[in-house]
Write a protein that binds this ligand. Sequence first.
Ligand code: ADP
Ligand code: ASP
Ligand code: MG
Length: 457
Amino acid sequence: MIVLKFGGTSVADAERMLSAAALVRDCRERRPVVVVSALGGVTDALIKGAEVALRGDESALEPLLAQLRDRHDQMGRILAERAGEDWQALRRDLEPALERISAIYRGLVLLRELSPRVSDLLAGLGEILSSRLMVYACRAQGVPAAWVDPREWLLTNEEFGRAQPLWEEVRQLVGANFPPIVQNHQVPVTGGFVGSTLKGTPTTLGRGGSDFSAAILGVCLEAEEIQIWTDVDGMMTSDPRVVPEARLLEEISFDEASELAYFGAKVLHPSTIKPAMEAGIPVRVLNTLKPKMSGTRITASGSGERIIRAIATKKGITGITLSSPRMLMAHGFLAFIFQVFDKYSTAVDLVATSEVSVSLTVDDVRSLELIRRDLQPHCRVVVQRDLAVISVVGRNFLHQTGVAGRVFGALREINLLMVSFGASDINLSFVVKQADADTAVRLLHRELLEPATVAHL
Ligand code: ADP
Ligand code: ASP
Ligand code: MG
């Protein structure tokens, strides 16, 4: 079997969804299983609606709801017609999710409170709708398809907003739900991103989590390959939207792909690679608009080429500087700081220490105020928002003279707020103001990855 996952832009309208379904048709003999994201922009729209509802702005909510409904309805009509099926039947499939969205909004207007649990309940509905539509797109392409409710196989823990799969349960449920459909010569179609707790409450894997769903499914099915179909040619030397000169990475190792995803290459959710790597299943990133291209192959060995492979950026980062001339030299101070972050399950990305201060960066600020409250009695806490972490990813950095010099030379005009070099052999990361990030990435790309300059590395 192979798993094909289509991202939001790849299923954004009826034509695109039909093209995606044609790709499924073309690999029928490999026994495809399909995972889809919500239609492009829908997850954002659902979340925006929640914000509007929280403000109690009912008049702004109406058009938002109507837009969501119309978009799915219109696509549904086209797809049902192309499939030669009854549109009313598809409408009945869509209705419960659409009805639930408006019920949640009504609830938010009344209660003015949005918990992570309710946020997941809402956000995951985009994938329920899109996967229902995808079944009809497949049928329209002559592919008999059957819907599998993602909440019935992706059991997770209760960490709403970033849930983790309960592997044993998932393995068993995937085994019970998917193979019978395939044996029946149908293609199973399910939604990514959304799952459910053991008690049946919907959860999500976090933004961009459909890639992770595809990997989980691929591992549980012992798939031959996991294909991530998206709107760019594959994993590239940088985000092609920021650096038009970015080049395709034809083959990379699991480690490099993980690093890139973790450091912000949004093309893959950072949790996607680990399960695939452990199971030894190759992952391919492909462009739905150019399906003949071979994309990026992520494999155990990768390709041994260059030292510097790519540059990734993570925006929306918060920097925290803790200073305490009195405490820092005292033993146990660093341990104390990390214990506080650990207590609130907040991952620290980069750390730099000096004699009187510790600077670190975090991505997740949900517990920032609680962290500050715990730290403040012991040290001065300065928080700086709107930062970006830029990471140069490659291998054997430490054995190469001149890399750091070239990096700093290229960035001489940019104010570097923090640097992490030497902690690992595969990346060099630094922090800049978010407003400087794109320029910094372009400068670095030119210095390190464009044909005129790479010969030296
Ligand atoms: P999908 O909806 O298919 O999941 P995403 O928007 O999540 O797609 O991810 C694809 C986007 O990732 C691309 O449009 C691109 O702008 C961005 N991106 C960031 N870094 C990279 C990179 N190194 N290589 C390719 N794409 C990247
Ligand atoms: N629809 C979800 C999101 O936009 C999940 C995904 O697309 O991977 O984050
Ligand atoms: Mg994505």
